[in-house]
Design a protein around this ligand. Sequence first.
Ligand code: 0O2
Length: 217
Amino acid sequence: ELKIGNEQDIHTWEQVTLVYHSALKQINTKIEIMNDEFQQVHRYNPIEHIKARIKTSESIVKKLKRHGYESTIENMVKYVNDIAGIRVICSFTNDIYTIADIISNQSDIRIIAVKDYIMNPKASGYRSYHMVVTVPVYLSDRIIDTKVEIQIRTVAMDFWASLEHKIQYKFEGNAPTHINTELLECAHMVSELDARMLSLNNEILEIASKLENQKME
Ligand code: 0O2
């Protein structure tokens, strides 16, 4: 029988990469299946694309240091929630909540934390929906519930976040005030764009469904 383990059973960097890679693969497959089903049933793809990554060891160590923790494997798995990260990019804001709901309802997934930076954007203007979940990874002798951070955002939010991330990286977090102000203004434009594109899409869907009904009468 398989033992129920947890992340505290992870002791080496090799184990970290194996377990977190496996967790990423599982979440990736779940999301792909969701997209395939939507395509078949609704003739619609809620997902534009998916990006998955394992955080580099340098980046993990930096994060631990920032939070005042020693760089041990135990601290990595305990305190760094995004060792395995997956980003789901969709077209419209309502798709974000549909995707989040479907993931939350899967019985092998446990939700650890949710941060809705769409309802509550960050001071930088950052918008995105974050979930930290665990997924069971089956090894030969044990099952390890492993954390994965899922970030769900629209194409427009992603466009903004990519540029902002690049800028903060270049200036090491100390960008000139006028650049931060401009970024914040762009974030408002992105938010407005998302709202208008969603409302346009809803109008189009309504017209399409009316036409469909007329055909059937
Ligand atoms: P990378 O390079 O993307 O991996 P903390 O990271 O400790 O401040 P927490 O609770 O771990 O906080 O995470 P949070 O705030 O839910 O999300 C952290 C991740 O969200 C970041 O990862 C970014 O990917 C993204 N993010 C959060 N705020 C911003 C922002 O203002 N601008 C952009 N562009 N991205 C943001 P990392 O590890 O910082 O970086």
